[in-house]
Write a protein of this length. Structure first.
Length: 457
């Protein structure tokens, strides 16, 4: 390797380590949690008081449709907005992220993942409410997200530009290169298909979807996301059903480990309470992206008559992603005991748990889940990145962004630009900073719209 390239790689590693340690690590986690607790308190625990109503108005009516929605401004249905957002959040975090949290923090980390998701419900709710309230309706569609409520609501154009810049850059890491590599690895491991071939096929399939914009993306995700989630959850529930007698002990380990730490057992080295708190919260934030602001870009395109009506879909998004899918994954890992096996971590741990729980099809379920979860993340994050790029460079730049996006899928599939995507992943966390300041600064607007909606419901 040329000395100049080696120096560049070393410099990128230093940037990533500095950003992760001093900005994107504990300080950002504290800011995200503070924002979630503050919004929860100001709303008088809306996610608890109105959970029955929220469930009924979202999943309870997801497949019935309402004529009123068809008459509202927007490009996609509320359910399509939900599945588009879930396409990005239900992914490797639900498979590998849960295993990583348990590896580093013990079973108690799952409790703190629940805590982060509990307050994250209000964070996501506020993001969606503001995104819809301050969105802009144009001839070629509806646009919204943190960059618009930061500019139009908070009157902070520099922060809006910063969010768009971080979102555009981060999309190539978390949304493209990493996901393409995950798919290529899974296909190569299970079927021996060359990574380059997978990259070309993947780029073609993603291109066929994103060429139609948010309407085609929404139509695609509303069909695929429920099926892929049900496929993965059904396999996990089959394993849990075969180990029902161990489920109470698994919950006991989660609650006990959350407050007392987890003692060393088997190949597990043990974890203190601080580790359970830190890694549980961090993994929870990673998997549901509450505080990041990205999902609100999709929700802003929904047809709805009130910002809070779409906001409650954001509450349900976090609930499904973390409280349902992540919890089920955790129970599989804990009841099968693989978390105590030395050398296992990440997706390998989850795969081993499924293999042990369902010998034969178990590993296949995880592999298929990884492939489809990563594929849908590629599709949704292309939309997020494109809208950030459009905000910076104008509506006509969308085609250029897509032409840049598709070749990088091939690059990611063969494992290229690893140092670049490591930095881009860190920049992903930077999106949260202007977004969180926007949520705090406009929290009064969120509460006013919330009172207006629930008084009139």
């Amino acid at each position: 390797m040329p000395a100049s390239l080696t120096a560049v790689i070393a410099y990128l590693e230093q940037i990533k380590d500095f950003l992760h340690t001093y900005v994107a690590g504990v300080p950002l986690i504290v800011l995200i949690m503070f924002t979630g607790f503050y919004l929860t308190w100001r709303s008088n625990f809306l996610q608890v008081r109105y959970f029955g109503y929220i469930f009924h108005q979202t999943l309870g009516r997801a497949f019935t449709g309402r004529p009123r929605e068809e008459r509202q401004r927007g490009d996609i249905s509320p359910f399509q907005a939900l599945t588009t957002a879930l396409a990005a959040t239900i992914g490797t975090g639900n498979i590998a992220g849960v295993a990583t949290a348990i590896t580093l923090g013990g079973p108690g980390a799952i409790f703190w993942m629940w805590v982060s998701a509990f307050v994250g419900m209000l964070t996501k709710y506020a993001e969606v409410v503001l995104a819809v309230h301050y969105r802009e309706v144009r001839e070629n569609g509806t646009v919204g997200g943190p960059m618009y409520f930061l500019r139009n609501g908070l009157k902070a154009p520099l922060m809006a530009g910063a969010f768009a810049l971080f979102g555009f850059l981060a999309s190539f890491g978390i949304g493209n290169l990493v996901q393409a590599n995950s798919v290529a690895d899974a296909v190569f491991t299970t079927a021996g298909v060359p990574r380059l071939l997978t990259g070309f096929v993947l780029a073609f399939l993603v291109g066929a979807v994103i060429i139609g914009g948010i309407r085609r993306i929404g139509s695609f995700t509303e069909k695929l996301v429920p099926v892929m989630a049900a496929f993965y959850v059904a396999g996990a529930l089959a394993i849990i059903a075969g180990r029902l007698g161990q489920v109470p002990a698994a919950f006991g380990a989660i609650f006990q480990g959350a407050f007392t730490g987890t003692a060393a057992a088997g190949g597990f080295a043990g974890a203190a309470v601080t580790a359970a708190v830190r890694f549980g919260i961090a993994r929870g934030i990673f998997t549901n992206e509450a505080g990041l602001g990205s999902a609100s870009i999709a929700h802003a395109s929904a047809r709805t008559d009130h910002p809070a009506r779409q906001g409650i879909w954001g509450v349900m998004e976090v609930f499904i992603d973390t409280h349902v899918v992540c919890t089920i994954t955790a129970l599989v890992i804990i009841t099968t005991g693989v978390w105590q096996v030395p050398g296992l971590e990440g997706a390998a741990m989850t795969t081993q748990a499924f293999n042990q729980g369902l010998p034969g099809p178990g590993g296949f379920i995880v592999a298929i889940g990884l492939i489809f979860f990563a594929f849908t993340t590629l599709i949704t994050w292309s939309f997020y990145g494109e809208k950030c790029f459009e905000y910076l460079f104008g509506e006509r730049s969308a085609l250029f962004y897509r032409l840049l996006w598709l070749p990088l899928i091939v690059v990611g599939a063969v494992g290229g630009l690893r140092q670049v995507w490591a930095v881009a992943d860190t920049l992903n966390s930077f999106m949260a900073i202007p977004n969180l300041f926007g949520l705090l600064g406009l929290s009064g607007v969120v509460m006013k719209l919330t009172r207006d909606y629930f008084k009139g419901r």
